[in-house]
Design a protein around this ligand. Structure first.
Ligand code: PMP
Length: 460
């Protein structure tokens, strides 16, 4: 059998792309004067474009997904074997890798119990919202239906997932939105909302309580939060935050839904981001790193308590009346099982913690050198550097600077991530989330590229 790229004429392929592909997040005017990029190969930390140029990928597939790196034959083989054996069956029947993966996943999540499969982070989150809405209908006369979400957090692209998104720039022009979603403030200590930022974590979490009281606690069913905010600018939670959130959720009977779509499966150095903070969630959603991008799979995981609410009634409408067509595809859990084996056998959680510390130290070095880096933050291999015009006023740097730095790094053969102010609000942040297999020399290469780019483009 031919390799996928063997009989491809790249020039023709690029013209076909130009003629027919509607690219994600792209203003196509830009592609009138330059070729679209086609990624044709991937191996370990590196990818190759249609011209044979190699790049070190410091964001795991543009959006923090390919956690175990490119070119893993063992995952491809696991998927192949499964597809030949039994590719797909949906509805209420299970499949072998799906059952095995659920058991393994739950073993990494003490307190959690049930796994519901779908395909994307947006979908996994919407399942979480539907669970909350149905519990409200079944147990609370429909009253406890409101879902709180946080400014800066992102939970997906579909209209309801977007309704729970705190990045207003992404929502612009897509309304009207699904009712019943209520925003709470972000928890970015660097951008503290208080004149006195002592005890910031506790104070900002208490704002959630104020909002629950304002909305009437009997109407609030859940709160959805990222453990570390990703696309909103890599915002790590301040001290005291999670303890207070947990206490508030318990006090008002608000289910705690943790969105682990980015942080999950090792990105922060533990299996799940929430496990750094002693949180006891009711619902946990995950997608990107589950199968490391080798197959589409997402999971909505709940406690047995949540699950039991759909079981303990004789009402014929009391079961979760939801289905996901491709939640029945066995390729996803086959790839996920092998991904998890790799993370365990290659000690990638330990590597993530160690390399995360190394990366943070290097980023601090850059911060000492360039005043334009206002803040550095991160957890494990999930880091951000926020760019400002002035460290005193914290006025955000021009977005063009961020674009120039990422373009320059690309030229140097290093792909970095960014959260743009025009898309996500107040943060112009360089984001780094290399695969969990990275080593010191990979990190040095990334930091050197950013250093070079800052040297060329930053005023100070
Ligand atoms: N939650 C978070 C935290 C995300 O970052 C994303 C995607 N960037 C999603 C949910 C949505 O995932 P998907 O694009 O797979 O629908």
């Amino acid at each position: 059998m031919n390799k996928p790229t063997e009989d491809v004429n790249m020039a023709e392929l690029v013209e076909m792309d130009r003629a027919h592909i509607w690219h994600h997040l792209t203003q196509h005017k830009a592609l009138e004067t330059k070729d679209p990029m086609v990624i044709v190969k991937g191996n370990g930390m590196r990818i190759q474009d249609q011209h044979g140029k190699e790049y070190l990928d410091a964001v795991s597939g543009a959006v923090w997904t390919v956690n175990v790196g490119y070119g893993r034959e063992s995952i491809a083989n696991a998927v192949r074997d499964q597809l030949v054996e039994m590719c797909y069956f949906a509805g209420s029947a299970g499949n072998v890798p799906g059952i095995k993966y659920a058991e393994k996943l739950i073993s990494k999540m003490p307190g959690m119990s049930r796994v519901y499969y779908s395909n994307s982070g947006s979908e996994a989150n919407e399942k979480g919202y539907k669970i909350v809405r149905q519990i409200a209908a079944m147990k609370h006369d429909g009253k406890k239906h409101k879902i709180l979400y946080r400014d800066r957090d992102y939970h997906g692209t579909t209209i309801t997932a977007l309704s729970s998104c705190g990045q207003n720039e992404r929502k612009d022009q897509y309304g009207p939105f699904t009712p019943g979603f209520v925003e709470v403030p972000h928890c970015c200590e660097y951008r503290s909302q208080f004149p006195d930022s002592s005890d910031y974590g506790v104070k900002i979490a208490r704002e959630i309580e104020t909002i629950i009281q304002r909305e009437d606690p009997d109407t609030v069913g859940s709160i959805v939060l990222e453990p570390v905010t990703a696309g909103g600018g890599v915002i790590t939670p301040p001290e005291g935050y999670w303890e207070t959130v947990q206490e508030i959720c318990t006090k008002y009977g608000v289910l705690l839904h943790i969105d682990e779509v980015v942080c999950g499966l090792g990105r922060t150095g533990k299996w799940f981001g929430y496990q750094h903070y002693g949180i006891k969630p009711d619902i946990v959603t995950m997608a990107k790193g589950v199968a490391s991008g080798y197959a589409a799979i997402a999971c909505t995981v709940t406690t047995e308590d949540v699950f039991n609410q759909f079981k303990d009634s004789d009402d014929t409408m009391s079961y979760f009346r939801d289905i996901s067509t491709f939640g029945g595809c066995a390729a996803g859990p086959a790839a996920a099982l092998e991904t998890m084996r790799i993370i365990e056998d290659e000690n990638l959680l330990e590597n993530t913690t160690r390399m995360g510390e190394y990366l943070m130290e290097k980023m601090r070095g850059l911060q000492n050198k360039y005043k334009v880096i206002g803040d550095v933050r991160g957890k494990g291999l999930f880091c951000g550097m926020e760019l400002v015009k002035d460290r005193q006023t914290k006025e955000p740097a021009d977005e063009q600077l961020l674009m120039a730095i990422s373009g320059d790094c690309m030229e140097q053969g290093v792909v970095i991530g960014r959260t743009n102010r025009s898309l996500t609000g107040f943060n112009n942040t360089i984001c780094l989330s290399p695969a969990l297999i990275c080593n010191e020399s990979d990190i040095d290469e990334v930091i050197t590229a950013i250093d070079n780019a800052l040297g060329r483009h930053a005023v100070n």
